[in-house]
Ligand binder design. Sequence first.
Ligand code: ADP
Ligand code: ASP
Ligand code: MG
Length: 406
Amino acid sequence: MIIVQKFGGSSVANVKKIKNVARRIVSTKRKGYDVVVVVSAPGDTTDDLIELAGKISKIPSRREMDMLLSTGEQMSVALLAMAIHELGEDAVSMTGYQVGIITDDVHGSAKIEDIHSGRMLEELKKGKVVIVAGFQGKTPNHEITTLGRGGSDLTAVALASVLKAKVCEIYTDVDGVYTTDPRICKDARKLDEISYEEMMEMAALGAKVMQSRSVEVGKKYDIPILVRNSMNHTQGTLITKENKKMEKVLVSGVTINEDEAKVTLLKVPDKPGIAAKVFQKIAEKNINVDMIIQNKSTTNYNDISFTVMRSDLKRSLPVVREAANLVKARGIQVDDKIAKVSIVGVGMKSHSGVAAKMFSALAEKGINIDMISTSEIKISCVVDGRRGKDAVKVLHKKFELGKKSK
Ligand code: ADP
Ligand code: ASP
Ligand code: MG
């Protein structure tokens, strides 16, 4: 039986931690499982490499960025394989390229199209632990790609699905998935279980503990995902199918995303087809737009605001300027100090008044709401970036998510 174990960057940040991870893997192997391991780059390596590239080029080539960033994970797999050898077990490290993780050619946020399991299965049969570099793949034309930030989670879940693994274990630096980021709210509560849907929303809305697309894949192929701490043996959080127990909870979690920026096109003529033109231009550059708001004023003009990842802002602006000229907007405004704060819960489907409760909690603390978006199981508000963490604390309290209230 195969188990996939993924270790995040913080779990392999130094020699002591790499040795700790090796011990955990060997103990799983010695229980009789075939183990496939996915590892991230050590500590802050990916951020450091991005910063390094920024010192050389303002808008670096996307292809060369992938070439650079994929090296971080390559370090981890080799070191971890050596650490396992030292413990007397056989292990082999592999890059995404060597495994045959085939992706499309969207550098920086490539989508996995196919995974060759042959070589991994061969190595497992020889009794080896297979250690795969997370976050990377290759195009059919042999170009190296990366899967977007946090992409090692996706590598792990995708491997678990092709290998038909029993479980995909995600080892990180907290005990599991909490009601909110435990670094922001000291009384955040660890959840024993969370549904795929809620975890997908929480991840998409900023809960960095899991990458959103990885949970989507887990849901699609019905892979149980267990989030655990690599430094202790506590139970963790199981990401699984929605069940009756979960529906009883109105709000499961609060999230914050501080990685977005808001762009506004001012005074755009109010005519059909304008929004289509603007967002088509942006989509052509593979830039993801998140929230969109169009305010119809009493004049014949609209303001159109939207948010993009702050890391995409620099390369978005030339396209946005082009689009603004095309639709004869009066100007562009950029606000890169925003925070998007959200509440998530499957229980919202069947309850009303949740939005009002959220807005009044923010109002009581004098936190102004800039943009709002909702879906069946979430409500998001964009607020001033300087008040983001306050907003999280207020909402966590208002919806009684903390330890003491239970
Ligand atoms: P890794 O390096 O293991 O991939 P990440 O830094 O990507 O780890 O994710 C773990 C971090 O996610 C935690 O340290 C925590 O601060 C943050 N986090 C944000 N929201 C949550 C949440 N709801 N539950 C648990 N952790 C969260
Ligand atoms: N190293 C990559 C990142 O920092 C991938 C990952 O950690 O999952 O985003
Ligand atoms: Mg991560």
